[in-house]
Design a protein around this ligand. Structure first.
Ligand code: LLP
Length: 424
């Protein structure tokens, strides 16, 4: 469900015409819908609130990596969202956007000592420990600061799931978390230290998961471990269930609804008296954003291939190149008439810069506008300036108003960032 709909024959983001935005800001540009973000957060919040008996005052901690724009984070912050963060930069963004430290979780396999010290100093809600080596470093850092931060141990339940091998995290060989036995050991070790306070367990098994079964199996592992740890006299008050629920990218499998997902979690956690945390990224942001792009030209080659050459490229939206991801491509002003298979490509000089092959699309012309849907998560955040294409800008729409929430750098700004070595 989203708020990108045609009005008077032109695709709009809520009340704002995408033609207007293309004129005013230029293309390519990411456009986000406030109403969609709020709707998605609201649905998940309502589902969690309906299961307070089993999930406690559940925290919804938006996975900042999915979309870290400050205005997007501030929109969610105002609805009460927390943040799942994986670097000092993300913690700083969450704080700057008004997400209080007590709603910020710090995860990640490779947190540096400096980052751990920063997280302790600002008082994040919890640090998710992913290895014995990290626990040792955290204890040392916390001892120096005379602190005892809340920690959760990230379990690798040996259940991998997700839309692509590169975004599966819970499988045995994946780099994330520790196996069940080791997690129990680490928990006991953490309980024995005055410099960390173990509060719970965490898992995150993958992303773009379209089936509840692997998630349920992982949550059951956490529930059983909770009982085991309590049997050993350890307190377990929080379970961090990670993110990972998929979204309906057009053409792909339809994932379960957020309500069914939360109800499943409530069933598994019932009676444990823990506080749950959810870390959705894609679920909240993907369908709240589109990448708006203009057709540079249509190339009809003598071998019969037809290329739609756009001004957006793999540096602006990496997902197709990196994960063979499918994003629907929709004309802003629909053209009736013939449809043809197109290879949709950008101007970057490698074949990887192909968004789609043989995609059935209406026949378009130079200067037509199109959008890639489902681009609000893992779109702008993964963009780069490869081929010296200035970083793609972002716009936030709210009803009839809109704002540039990250401007496109000018060429001067792009070049000025790089001082010449003083011997040149
Ligand atoms: N929690 C942790 C610890 C994570 O590592 C992630 C995502 C999430 C939560 C949020 O997962 P989500 O709800 O968005 O599935 N760049 C890839 C996705 C990478 C996801 C990495 N971890 C993509 O474009 O598909």
């Amino acid at each position: 469900m989203h708020h990108f709909e045609p009005k008077d024959g032109v695709l709009h983001a809520e009340g704002v015409s995408l033609e207007t935005l293309a004129d005013e800001v230029g293309t390519p540009v990411y456009v986000y819908s406030t109403a969609t973000l709020k709707r998605h957060y609201g649905l998940l919040r309502a589902a969690a609130d309906a299961h307070r008996d089993a999930l406690g005052e559940a925290l919804i901690a938006f996975a900042v990596k999915a979309n870290s724009n400050l205005s997007v984070l501030a929109t969610l912050a105002r609805m009460g969202s927390g943040a799942d963060t994986v670097s000092e930069g993300e913690i700083r963004r969450a704080l700057a956007a008004g997400i209080p430290a007590e709603r910020i979780i710090f995860s990640g396999v490779g947190k540096t000592d400096v980052e751990l010290a920063f997280a302790i100093a600002v008082g994040v809600r919890q640090i998710n420990i992913e290895s014995g080596a990290e626990l040792d470093r955290l204890i040392q850092v916390a001892a120096l600061l005379d602190a005892s931060p809340a920690v959760a141990v990230r379990v690798n339940p040996n259940i991998g799931a997700g839309g692509h091998a590169k975004i599966t995290t819970g499988g045995k060989g994946d780099k994330f978390g520790v196996p069940v036995d080791e997690a129990l050991e680490l928990y006991a070790r953490a309980s024995a230290s005055p410099h960390v306070t173990p509060v719970g367990l965490a898992c995150h098994i993958g992303s773009q998961i379209t089936d509840l079964a692997p998630l349920e199996a992982a949550f059951r592992v956490l529930a059983e471990m909770t009982l085991t740890l309590r049997g050993q006299g350890c307190a377990v008050t929080r379970l961090d269930l990670g993110g990972g629920l998929g979204v309906p990218y057009a053409g792909g499998a339809a994932p379960p609804s957020p309500a069914d997902y939360v109800a499943m979690a409530a069933r598994v956690l019932a009676g444990l008296e823990v506080e749950a945390a959810f870390e959705p990224g894609r679920l909240l942001a993907a369908n709240a954003g589109v990448l708006l792009s203009q057709v540079i030209q249509v190339t009809e080659r003598s071998d019969g291939r037809r290329f739609l050459v756009l001004d957006a490229a793999m540096n602006d939206l990496m997902r197709p190149a990196l994960y063979d991801a499918f994003h629907d491509i929709v004309p802003v002003r629909p053209r009736s008439g013939a449809r043809r298979p197109h290879d949709v490509v950008g101007p970057v000089c490698e074949t990887g810069d192909t968004f789609a092959r043989d995609r059935d699309l209406p026949v378009l012309e130079a200067e037509d506008l199109v959008v890639f849907t489902g681009a609000g998560a893992y779109g702008a955040v993964m963009a780069s300036e490869y081929n010296s294409r200035p970083l793609v800008p972002e716009v936030l729409v709210d009803g009839d108003r809109w704002a540039v929430i990250r401007p496109r750098p000018t060429y001067e700004e792009m070049l000025d960032r790089e001082p010449f070595a003083d011997w040149l």
